[in-house]
Design a protein around this ligand. Structure first.
Ligand SMILES: [Zn+2]
Ligand SMILES: [Zn+2]
Length: 235
């Protein structure tokens, strides 16, 4: 989406202007299961402790967005909501305590974050973090509040630790990966690392699987996706 925020941050134009302030920008908001998304101006609040506010440069769509939007599972229904969990972008500002990334860093968001401290993050056989693991039911930040609201002040729910169908989002720093600047020309394709490629790699790398056929299948899919990405980048 083209940035139309009343206060915008970008790499070349005073990114600190918006730090600590509310940003008004456009987002695609879902107001009910299966209802057309409404592209409208929303409020994005500053990042709190250990959170990161990101200017989304590219986002893609995945079937999980579709099932969430359709509200296939009643417990998953939470509206209004901003869907999207595959995206790349640039850090606009960071909250207190974030030390591994800073303003202007290029990043990819990940819905399956890692706190790095829980029993699962420290286990060698899984990385399904108990705090930031896949949880379609989770609709707010860790403190139980939202960083999005409508212009008349109604809270908008988050989705899959990410919410990327917006010009700006706020995510926990555990759900962000910094990108080496040499790959920034590939940011458009790197959105696939948020879900498609990482999901396949996660499954194919599981160490306790005895199902070699399954492993081969996922390994093949991983290679296909990676080769498609590299071919696109060569064009
Ligand atoms: Zn996905
Ligand atoms: Zn963890």
């Amino acid at each position: 989406m083209a940035p139309t925020a009343t206060k915008t941050a970008n790499r070349s134009n005073h990114p600190n202007e918006t730090k600590g302030k509310i940003i008004t920008c456009k987002a695609a908001v879902a107001y009910g299961p299966g209802e057309p998304l409404v592209v409208e101006e929303i409020i994005v609040h500053p990042p709190r402790k250990m959170e990161v506010r990101i200017k989304i440069l590219y986002t893609s769509i995945c079937h999980t967005d579709l099932s969430g939007w359709q509200g296939e599972s009643e417990p998953q229904r939470a509206f209004p909501r901003i869907f999207g969990h595959e995206a790349s972008g640039i850090v606009e500002s960071v909250g207190e305590g974030v030390s591994d990334m800073k303003e202007r860093d290029y990043v990819v968001v990940i819905f399956n974050g890692e706190c790095g401290e829980c029993v699962y993050c420290t286990c060698e056989k899984t990385n399904m973090c108990e705090k930031f693991g896949v949880n379609p039911m989770k609709k707010e930040m860790c403190d139980g509040t939202s960083r999005f609201s409508t212009k008349d002040g109604k809270a908008i729910f988050h989705f899959m630790n990410t919410s990327t169908f917006t010009e700006y989002t706020v995510v926990d720093s555990a759900c962000v990966v910094k990108i080496n600047p040499q790959y920034t020309s590939s940011l458009k394709n790197l959105t696939l690392l948020s879900c498609g490629v990482s999901t396949v790699m996660c499954i194919s790398n599981k160490s306790d699987s005895e199902n070699l056929v399954e492993q081969d299948l996922w390994s093949l899919r991983k290679k296909i996706i990676a080769s498609r990405m590299s071919r696109k980048q060569e064009k």
